[in-house]
Design a protein around this ligand. Sequence first.
Ligand code: AMP
Length: 515
Amino acid sequence: MSANLFEAIENGITCKDAPFMEAAGMAVAGGTEKSGGEKYSYGDMLALSGKYANALISLGIKPGDRIAVQVNKSPETLFLYLACLRAGAVYLPLNTGYTMDEVAYFLADAEPVLAICRPQVKDEFERLAARFGVKKVQTMSGAGSLAEIAEKSEARFKTAPRKADDLAAILYTSGTTGRSKGAMLTHENLTSNARVLRDYWQFTSDDILLHGLPIYHTHGLFVATNTVLLSGSSLLFMAKFDAAALCGLLPRATVMMGVPTHYHRLLALQEFKADVVRNMRLFISGSAPLSSEIHKEFSARTGHAILERYGMTETNMNTSNPYDGPRRAGTVGLALPGVELRIADAKTGHLLPQGQIGVIEVRGPNIFKGYWRMPEKTAAEFRPDGFFITGDLGYIDDQGYIHISGRDKDLIITGGLNVYPAEIEAAIDALPQVSESAVIGVPHADYGEGVTAIVALHPGGVIDEGAAREVLAKKLAAFKVPKRIITVDALPRNAMGKIQKKALREQYKNLFDNA
Ligand code: AMP
């Protein structure tokens, strides 16, 4: 039996007239700014993804071929993703922020058959294609583009059968350490996770998901879109995140998925009040830690407890706070149905007792097949019994809730003692003048690493370093108290709201040179 994710979507459609998507203030594929408001039903989604799939076939695409895509977010981009599924091709989305040097690495590594790009970089894409053996380059929009071929193509398309472990997509990890790796995701990985999320978060065809996330990343592409498609609900699709615009759309939505930065920015708006969320049933956060402060402030302002979940490109979603149970601030909830999760000693792999911090390991149908053309790297990150070593540190509390203590590589060892950044960040974020913080280890002649806090303050806030350290010393053991607290205007974050700790470590590497 075929396991193509798109067949699961097709089989679930009960009404072709049901709404699938409304483009809210979208820049459309042609590059011409439209006022937005274009509406697509499930029938339109079938027809348009069929047209794009036929266009791909006319370009010679066969099942298993990789298609690299670096284009702006638009409804057409989503139809292209679905067309790749239907044609049995492997979708390989690239962040539009990548430079040509970075694109060169991805094209050389992935060797796609076809690359789809924005018209303004076509010449550069063609030069790279010739160098790396990419057979064809096609612009998404404009004269002779894929959109133009699709428009002339037949809407009917028979979705290609795929096996459960055939690849649906390759997503490159954000690569904050070393080379970016291509995570190979199968049809089963995506289908099983979307089904679990749909049921766990109780999505129904009445839901309208406000979508302000990028669609080159697992969060906006799979978590948001696949969950909607498998529940027959619909998308209110924004070209990009803009807090004020999103706030204006909230009264029309029932669910929002965002990164913590989105919630932080919403809270900074005066017009963001309980009335705006009158039709909302659920706010979900992920991709980076949501501070307890944001959780509390959000709940005080709106009456909604943000539901925090945890996942990664390689694993899809692993845990979630409950829909119907307590959503605990500062935790990522419980392992999702079908996902096995355990805590082990990062070095020995021995399992740790409940309450102890170790590396989080996961197993289940959601876990990726491996890193593209990196068999050694893949083997090194799986235990012999099939558990994937996430590289995230955490522990399970006495209620079974999972807490994340930071990335393994961000662990600070000072004077031989382990300091987990998340614990220190939570204590600093609780200081009234602090808006957000990042705790890093910086080389220190005496301690090996000196605990260092980089903080951004609320508007008008001031912080006295000595006084703040004294307050922290009442809550934290002396070795955990930051040796320095440095104030900055804003913390460096990527588009998914992840703080760029590597950049901070580099920036402050000489901080303790004279210590
Ligand atoms: P990515 O592959 O870009 O989705 O990044 C995955 C990483 O983001 C995980 O390994 C975690 O380090 C982090 N992450 C995702 N969700 C959360 C969360 N709710 N809390 C803390 N960290 C998270």
